[in-house]
Design a protein around this ligand. Structure first.
Ligand code: AMP
Length: 289
């Protein structure tokens, strides 16, 4: 694969390419290599993507998967990442139906928000947060992976294996076709993941398609109206979902979460993106006291 790295095993297929565990031949350090797949008729790696990716090397935080290096040769792009033992999806699977400890939920969610707040302070969005790209290492540190890649390569619609990307963590404004993204997109996803952790790995809104996804969201959070979300009908793909649903009691959807946790969740899962809490404000919530 490269003179510098010995490829050990394939770890997974991500949104942007195949991930391998590898060893640095000089230092013996274990890393994760992500071979980015580029369209065959492409002229190699777009320079805009390369610029974006190189900026990510400077994004250093304990809760962000460290991008050590960017190898670019022969029209191929390989990203060299810090190696983490597992991801949150695999962690959920390993619970085997057992309940997740609520202190672990709090610790993981705090780390998720710290990583998120750091990226948002540096004007980097994720846009596709989900349990598969929250990595966990041996020390119990949770790290966000794939930050900034959506901006470099485009927002994912299909995965490497041509599977359609999951919609479960997408906010209603994006599902309605919003083209302007800001930090609120990641806050929504973080809220969905918080609820999923509190429910020991049961996803909050496991929709099958865009309409089903929106229906599930509005069933719990109430239908959008021009009063609770001014201008909602102006989104390019807006459609009214009848019959009208009132807002339900969110605590019934997360029975194990304490009342402070529910209060925080309610402020993250706000359909109107301009009213969603920011990641740094979420960190100051009394749930974390
Ligand atoms: P991703 O493209 O980040 O979705 O990666 C696909 C899968 O590869 C993930 O679900 C992880 O299990 C694994 N993976 C990605 N990055 C790393 C890493 N830095 N260390 C270990 N495993 C990784």
């Amino acid at each position: 694969m490269s003179a510098k790295f010995e490829r050990l095993e394939k770890i997974g297929e991500g949104t942007y390419g195949t991930v391998y565990k590898a060893r640095n031949r000089d230092t013996q350090a274990i890393v994760a290599l992500k071979r980015v797949r580029l369209d065959e008729d492409d002229e190699g790696v777009p320079s805009s993507a390369l610029r974006e990716i190189c900026l990510l090397k400077e994004l250093r935080h304990v809760n962000i998967v460290r991008l050590h290096d960017v190898l670019h040769s022969d029209k191929k792009l390989t990203l060299v990442f810090e190696f983490c033992e597992q991801d949150l999806k695999k962690y959920f699977d390993s619970l085997n139906g057992e309940a997740m400890d609520q202190n672990t939920v709090k610790s993981f969610f705090k780390q998720l928000l710290r990583g998120l707040a750091f990226c948002h302070e540096h004007n980097v969005l994720h846009r596709d947060l989900k349990p598969q790209n929250l990595l966990i290492n041996k020390a119990g540190e949770l790290k966000l992976a794939d930050f900034g890649l959506a901006r470099a390569f485009g927002i994912p619609v299909r995965c490497y294996s041509s599977e359609v990307v999951t919609l479960w963590y997408r906010p209603p404004d994006v599902l309605f076709g919003a083209k302007i993204y800001n930090t609120s997109i990641d806050v929504w996803s973080a809220g969905c993941i918080f609820a999923e952790m509190a429910n020991s790995g049961r996803p909050l809104f496991p929709g099958n398609d865009v309409d089903d996804q929106l229906r599930r969201i509005f069933k719990l959070l109430g239908s959008p109206t021009d009063e609770n979300w001014p201008g909602v009908a102006k989104f390019p793909e807006f459609k009214p979902f009848g019959p009208f649903n009132p807002c339900n009691d969110i605590s019934s959807a997360v029975p194990k979460l304490n009342s402070k946790g529910v209060d925080l969740l309610v402020q993250l899962l706000v359909c109107n993106p301009s009213l969603r809490l920011s990641s740094s404000d979420a960190l100051s919530h009394s749930y974390f006291d």
